[in-house]
Design a binder for this molecule. Structure first.
Ligand code: VGL
Ligand code: ZN
Length: 201
């Protein structure tokens, strides 16, 4: 049984948003079309409190995209994004949500960021998505959405670690830093992951 995991198709990551992925909206029609080919469709949603410590605004003297240590973990500082109950945190109105059976929110703990849809970055707390997918008989996950170099990558990697066959759909995701994309896919494959294009599914 295979599941599609749609990562963070939220207004703040789309053109016009505060942490926009260039061309990010181009993946949405591809994701919409893909959904009917899966036994199960789930989504993740970045869902930060307004004073989340991943925000540069919480660290006087620091700038957006600076890197700091947050509770011992490396942390990129982001613009304030995906704040709970704001328009920027909402899924894009272009995303077809009819088949999404469960939504896993992440990034709610002030003191730790959460790129993966399975665990926070410190691996201290599970979102429940792994157990949910296993409970639904899922053995293979296909990961798509935004952004390729952060939340898609870490979700796909944690999926591998949890024992799922894990595949990134390369034309249904886009990165924040375009220079990172190729290496991330190569590293993911050398860890045991797979890549596929949507038209091959
Ligand atoms: C993401 C940076 C900060 C993502 C979320 O969805 O890839 N990136 N929060
Ligand atoms: Zn975030």
């Amino acid at each position: 049984m295979k599941a599609l995991i749609i990562v963070d198709i939220q207004n703040d990551f789309l053109p016009g948003g505060v942490l926009a992925v260039r061309n990010g909206d181009a993946v949405i029609p591809i994701i919409n079309k893909l959904q009917s080919q899966f036994d199960l469709v789930v989504a993740t949603q970045d869902w930060h409190p307004a004073d989340h410590k991943s925000f540069a605004s919480m660290h006087p003297g620091k700038k957006i995209f600076d890197e700091i240590k947050l509770n011992g973990l490396p942390q990129v500082l982001w613009p304030d994004h995906c704040v709970q109950e704001t328009e920027g945190a909402e899924f894009s109105s272009m995303l077809d949500t009819k088949k999404i059976e469960a939504i896993f929110r992440k990034g709610m703990d002030n003191n730790v960021d959460s790129y993966s849809g399975f665990f926070d970055n410190g691996k201290k707390k599970a979102t429940g998505m792994g157990a949910y997918l296993k409970g639904r008989g899922i053995t293979s996950i296909y990961v798509c959405g935004l952004a390729a170099d952060y939340c898609v990558n870490f979700t796909a990697l944690d999926g591998l670690e949890l024992g799922f066959d894990s595949t990134i759909i390369t034309d249904a995701t886009l990165p924040i830093n375009e220079g990172n994309f190729k290496k991330i896919i190569e590293d993911f494959k050398s860890t045991g992951g797979q890549e596929i294009r949507s038209d091959a599914i």
